[in-house]
Structure formats: C-alpha cells, structure tokens
Design a protein around this ligand. Structure first.
Ligand code: UT7
Length: 331
C-alpha cells in the first residue's frame, strides 16, 4: 500500500424524471407487480425519454450535482472517467463530451466499460491515479441509459433495468482513509449469458437483426443469477478474510443493485444485519454503472468518517469483484 491513499471526498447523483412503475409495465408485457417485487425487489425505475440525450446527459447532471454540493472548481479536475455500458456513440468518447460540458477543461478523460462492474473497476483505476501522487482530483462517474438497449416487449429484461448516474470525487488522503484493498475478476466464458449481440464490431447491425430485435439485451437470467450469487458472496468473503475483518467491523455493504435476492444472499454469506446493507433497487432498478454511486448519494448523510465499506458487483462478461474502502468525511 502506497503512503497516499485515494479517498472519496464528494458524491452526486441524478435520475431522470419519468417513473416507469410495475403497474405501467403490467400494461406493456405479461407480468405483474407481485412477481416483479418478490423476484427482484424492484417497484419502479427511471427512464430518460428525450431523444438525442444519451448517457452523457445523465453523467453531466450527476457531476454538476457533485460540483455544486462540494463547491469544487471544475477547472481543478485533472481526470474524468465515465464508467458506462451504454456510451453515447461509437468512436467518440462519452467522457470527453461530459468533461467539456461540466467545465473540466483542464482534464483528460476516458471511458471504462465492464458491464455492471464498470463502476467498481473505475474505482480501482481512479485510485491508482491518486495513489501515484501525480493527480489530486479524479472525477469518476457511473452513467447508463439502459433504456437505449432494452426491448420493452421482453418481460425477462424490461422489468429490471433503469437509467441513472452517480459521481464521486477521489482525492489524496494522508490519514489512511479511502481505498484499502480490492479483489477484481473476470471470466469471458460468461459472455453468451448476458449480451446485445448485434450493433458491435462482431456483428454490425443488419435489417434482419433489427427485425429480430437482436440489437437489444438478451439475458439468461437463471444462469446470471446463479453466477452472481456465488461470485459476489465469494469475493466479499475473500476481501473480509484478507483484511482480517469480521462482520462486526463492517459498517456498510455497498452492493450492485441487480436483484434484491442477490444482495440478500451476499449479505447472508457474511451474516451482515439488514440495516448495514445499502438498498435502493426498489426505486431505480438496475442502473448498471450507476447503482453503486447512487447508493453512496442516497446514504451520504448516514456515512461517518472512518466507516468501513465493502463494495461488491457482478455483471456481464462475466465481470465481478469486491473493494474495501474507509469513508473519509462526515456529510
Ligand atoms: O446486473 C447484471 C447482472 N444481472 C443480474 O444479476 C440478473 C440476474 N438474474 C435475475 O435477477 C433473475 O434471474 C431474473 C429476475 C432475471 C428472473 O428471475 P428468476 O427467479 O430467475 O425467474 P426465471 O427466469 O427462472 O423465471 C421463472 C418463471 C418462468 O416461468 P416458468 O418457466 O416457471 O413457467 C418465467 O417465464 O417466471 C417467468 N417470468 C416472468 N413472469 C412474470 C419471467 N419473467 C417474468 C416476468 N413476469 N417479468
């Protein structure tokens, strides 16, 4: 561990206004509120309806929320990382546009894409820049407009995903607060179980693919569920063991919000009480790269300096991991 640690010193968040409730979904596909609630824990999600607004729009709102709350001068931000699985466009970095729009004109920027683990991996990347001693302000934003790749005639996926963004600022810390340890993994044999096949470089879009709706997300839910439960619990246990932490030491579990049952299973594995488990899936559904920073934004006022947070995520690829971080400020 280097002498400089990378601490989160501010958070921000944004979700679009339009609320897609379970009741509205009942009118769109063959589903019902009871099934969605008991199988996923989701009651509603937010959708960005405006044509021409992509993930950068969500990222910009979340970043501006952080900038206003923290009172940071955007010109002092040196690096902007946008974690996203739904970039605005091909061939043009979403982060470059985001950085310019928020006034971070002295920053360089790039995107990180690792499906639902994008933000977790982004935390690892952001921390390395701070720990190097060369950078003092790194803005990490998780933003996804999932509605852009969802088939609203497919009940297996349309009930799960929502749109949103969250942002965190990483700064150096000399009290050993901030990121302590990480355990990140991937396994490409999982690719077939969660993917949008057409529209990428392997299979550019065709009229036939559009007709067959193969440019939308497909998920083999059961297989992804089983892998998510096993791996999120496994890495969470590993990070506790490696840092000699007992369940009493953990103040918060900050788990990717994909399914309440997966989060409960992860908390159950380390026998963590329910009131230490951050949860907002009922309000936003699965917002992919935005779930973790939106949790931090919702729970910011309850977090205390020195709190021990265990992060965990699992997503397409497969990608997954866990991070141990000590919170650095009282809101
Ligand atoms: O964040 C990235 C990673 N993603 C995840 O972690 C998601 C992991 N997977 C899941 O969360 C769950 O697998 C789902 C929520 C997607 C599905 O829940 P499940 O308990 O695994 O349901 P299932 O797919 O096994 O389906 C059970 C039944 C089926 O009917 P039969 O075959 O038992 O008659 C489905 O056809 O539920 C049916 N079903 C539905 N019924 C009502 C599937 N979707 C729906 C629906 N409404 N929306």
């Amino acid at each position: 561990m280097s002498e400089i640690t990378a601490a989160i010193t501010a958070v921000g968040g944004y979700v679009p206004e339009y609320v897609l409730t379970n009741q509205i979904l009942e009118t769109m596909v063959d589903t019902n509120d009871e099934w969605i609630t008991t199988r996923t824990g989701i009651k509603e999600r937010r959708i960005l309806k405006d044509v021409g607004k992509g993930s950068s729009y969500l990222a910009i709102q979340a970043a501006n929320d952080l900038i206003a709350k923290k009172g940071v001068d955007p010109k002092e931000i040196e690096l902007v990382i946008v974690a996203t699985a739904t970039p605005d466009m091909k061939a043009a970095s979403t982060s470059a546009y985001t950085a310019t729009e928020i006034g971070a004109t002295n920053a360089f920027s790039f995107d990180v894409e690792a499906a639902c683990s994008s933000f977790l991996y982004g935390m690892s990347v952001a921390a390395r820049y701070i720990e190097s001693g060369r950078y003092k302000k790194v803005l990490l934003i998780g933003a996804d407009k999932n509605s852009s790749m969802i088939n609203y005639e497919d009940r297996a996926t349309c009930i799960i995903f929502g749109d949103g963004a969250g942002a965190v600022l990483f700064e150096p810390n000399d009290e050993n607060l901030g990121l302590q340890d990480e355990y990140l993994r991937s396994d490409g044999s999982g690719r077939e179980f969660l993917r949008a096949t057409y529209g990428g470089s392997s299979y550019p879009i065709t009229a036939e693919a559009l007709e067959n709706k193969e440019h939308f997300v497909f998920q083999d839910g059961r297989t992804v569920f089983k892998n998510a439960v096993f791996n999120m619990a496994d890495v969470t246990q590993k990070i506790l063991d490696r840092n000699k932490l007992s369940k009493e030491d953990v103040d918060w579990l900050v788990a990717h919000q994909a399914n309440k049952r997966i989060i409960d299973a992860t908390a159950g594995r380390i026998e963590l009480e329910e009131d230490k488990v951050m949860m907002n899936i009922h309000k936003y559904g699965n917002t992919t790269s935005a779930t973790i920073p939106l949790l931090l934004n919702d729970y910011e006022t309850q977090l205390k300096k020195g709190d021990k947070l265990i992060f965990a995520a699992f997503g397409g690829g497969f990608t997954w991991g866990s991070i141990y971080l000590k919170w650095a400020y009282n809101a």
